[in-house]
Ligand binder design. Sequence first.
Ligand SMILES: Nc1ncnc2c1ncn2[C@@H]1O[C@H](COP(=O)(O)OP(=O)(O)OP(=O)(O)O)[C@@H](O)[C@H]1O
Ligand SMILES: [Mg+2]
Length: 272
Amino acid sequence: MVKNAGGNKLNKIAISGKGGVGKTTLSALLAHIYAEKARPKEQEVIAIDADPAGGLAQALGFPPDLQAQVTPISEMEDLIFERTGARPGEYGGFFKLNPRVDDIPERFSVSHRGIRFLRLGTIDIGGSGCICPESALLKALVTHLLLYRDEMMILDMEAGVEHLGRATAQAVDVLLVIIEPGRRSLTTAARVKKLANDLGIQHVYAVGNKVRGESDWVFMKEESSVPTLGYLSANQELMDADIRGTGVFDTAPTAVEEARSIARALGDWVVG
Ligand SMILES: Nc1ncnc2c1ncn2[C@@H]1O[C@H](COP(=O)(O)OP(=O)(O)OP(=O)(O)O)[C@@H](O)[C@H]1O
Ligand SMILES: [Mg+2]
């Protein structure tokens, strides 16, 4: 079995890219694809919504009542107080920097069709930003999930990786940066890759999205300085899924097949 330096399986995938590029869509597709693989082994995939704006639970097709049960960890004031000794917004006071978090994934997540879903909320885990109780809790939680949980994990992030601390970033096995047909997204991807490498993420790949035909894909493959793994075509089914608020895995079969190719391209060394 393939393992990283810490002895863990290589199975922690983070997904980034500029706003609206398709991070949540690809995260949801890959989570279901890996959940299918994990099912015979009676394992789950952990899908983490690390984007303050949310949206992953819907793209995953979680039933509304389950979605409603999930509160972002960053908004759980009592939990933050219980674990760190301080309340969100209390700056300058004392609080624990390594609070207990090992029970949080089970207690505050919901599970559906082999996917355990956890929503972090507004997140600043170790970057230069705020030093406050909620970020201490989130940082400890994400580092715990990445380092000590064995499951395949998909992390749907915001645009960049600058909010990841070095310890957290180094535990990410692969970063997928989504690009779309256009030079601006290629520039963003190159910048994200450099930052990710600087933080210690070794494997960074680009995934094309909203590809309208062969020439778009050729453009991306030839012009991207970040190695490309595969792509999702521009697809009415995905737009319809978002309009109807349904999960992408069940409503966009073409995208599912394309995402399977992306998973296969990763498969040489990612253990699902
Ligand atoms: N291949 C595609 N074809 C058509 N529409 C797509 C495609 N991929 C994503 N979309 C649509 O584009 C919109 C943005 O996608 P998505 O939410 O996955 O992006 P995001 O990067 O997570 O955005 P945000 O930065 O807001 O979190 C959604 O309405 C989605 O349905
Ligand atoms: Mg998103």
